[in-house]
Design a protein around this ligand. Structure first.
Ligand SMILES: [Zn+2]
Length: 425
């Protein structure tokens, strides 16, 4: 009988007990000599058997299918298969009689119902080992998240503690991060300014240069600094030390948005988008012109508005911004509310305010109950997920929904509490 020898080791198999491909070849040669087996060729493959789709393995199966060889030699069953599809293919070839024998130096096999049963277990065990390994890793990560510990690399200002497996603070760096948030919130600092500031505090790239501005943007938008961990698209509350207040974080987010908007449209013309040409109905565009006056040594910016004339020819000339403002005022005056109505408006507003004071207290209580409810729901959801009652995707979506709601309610609660305080001072 002719045998084909299949040797496999993937790069990700760090296990020292698994021989290298060269060592497997040597072992199989010696084994074949001892057992008087004829090996026609050695097939080497450097791929994982955790998932189907190995090319060399498929070729081996094809050769057996075509009855060019009728036996396989491998160092251990787990070299052949570590997933149920490839394991099933081997068993099926044995069942149909095209594969007549398997030989393993490390494991006994006989082509009998018992032998196939044992083989199935050997393949299954490999799969169990693989499943178990990744399940344990996942469970470890999940447990960390549940404990409020970020399972990934700690962001700037923090450091992973390999002993406690927690996340510690690097005080000096975290102070620098805080300073960066504070400066950026003021609104007149660029990403590059922040990069240079952080560089002074030893927060830099591997090549010692200041951090890239994209990295600065990521830092300034990272909710980790206010105690929220984002992992795999899910939000979790962290137990690490919070670096900055939610208010400061919000201010910085506003600045980031502002920078984005300004990038999109460099000029922010006051009256843009509010009107169309009175003659032809086309949209109005604006332009800015700068003029330098030597006498007074200053530059003055003039803003003009004009018809785009995109619909049809139109005779309307340019108009300056102050002129346009006059036109606008006149147009608004024509539709404004009469003076006498104002008194009634104020009366209504006063009454609203009185009603609000009463309801604020009720609302605060309601929100507190709602927050507690959400916590209970979140915990139940996690239990359902861990017990396998709901799918990971469903869990993820629902959880983010709850979490967003919780954040919203918390913010509302803070606002209400603050208003309440003011009213009672
Ligand atoms: Zn026009």
């Amino acid at each position: 009988m002719k045998y084909i020898a299949y040797c496999r080791k993937s790069r990700e198999e760090k296990d020292k007990q698994i021989l290298s491909i060269q060592a497997q070849i040597a072992e199989l040669k010696e084994y074949a000599k001892r057992e008087h087996l004829e090996i026609t060729e050695f097939v080497e493959e450097e791929k994982t058997a955790k998932v189907p789709g190995r090319e060399k393995f498929a070729e081996v199966l094809k050769k057996i299918e075509k009855q060019q060889v009728s036996g396989i030699i491998a160092w251990h069953p787990d070299r052949l298969a570590r997933n149920s599809i490839d394991g099933g293919k081997i068993i099926y070839l044995l069942d149909t009689g095209k594969l007549k024998d398997l030989k393993f130096p490390t494991s006994w096999f006989e082509n009998t119902p018992q032998g196939k049963f044992m083989l199935n277990i050997a393949f299954g065990q490999s799969k169990y080992y693989v499943d178990n390994l990744s399940e344990n890793v996942k469970r470890g990560l999940r447990q960390k998240l549940r404990n409020g510990v970020y399972p990934g690399k700690a962001p700037f200002g923090y450091i992973n503690n390999p002993k406690t497996r927690g996340i510690d603070v690097e005080p000096e760096k975290l102070r620098a991060i805080k300073k960066a948030f504070e400066l950026f919130a003021e609104g007149n600092k660029t990403f590059t300014d922040i990069a240079f500031l952080l560089h002074k505090f030893n927060l830099k790239r591997k090549n010692s240069k200041p951090l890239h501005i994209n990295e600065i943007r990521r830092i300034l938008a990272n909710r980790f600094y206010v105690g929220i961990m984002e992992y795999n698209g899910e939000y979790h509350e962290g137990t690490h030390k919070v670096a900055i207040s939610k208010e400061l974080f919000q201010q910085v987010q506003k600045q980031l948005e502002f920078k984005d908007r300004r990038k999109k449209r460099r000029y922010n013309f006051a009256f843009m988008g509010l009107m169309r040409c009175g003659e032809c109905g086309a949209t109005i565009t604006a332009e800015s012109h700068k003029k330098f006056y030597k006498g007074t040594n200053r530059t003055v910016e003039y803003i003009y508005y004009r018809c785009t004339k995109k619909i049809k020819p139109c005779n309307q000339p340019y108009i300056s911004e102050p002129e346009l403002e006059t036109q606008f005022r006149k147009a608004i005056d024509d539709v404004a509310l009469p003076e006498t109505w104002a008194k009634d408006w104020y009366k209504w507003l006063d009454e609203d305010e009185k009603l609000e004071t009463v309801s604020i207290h009720e609302n605060i209580e309601k929100l507190q109950t709602k927050l507690k409810d959400l916590d209970i729901k979140l915990n139940k959801l996690l239990d359902c997920y861990l017990e396998g009652i709901i799918e990971p995707d469903v869990y993820k979506n629902k959880k983010n929904e709850f979490f967003e709601e919780k954040l919203k309610n918390k913010t509302k609660w803070f606002e209400l509490a603050r208003t309440f305080q003011k009213l009672h001072w």
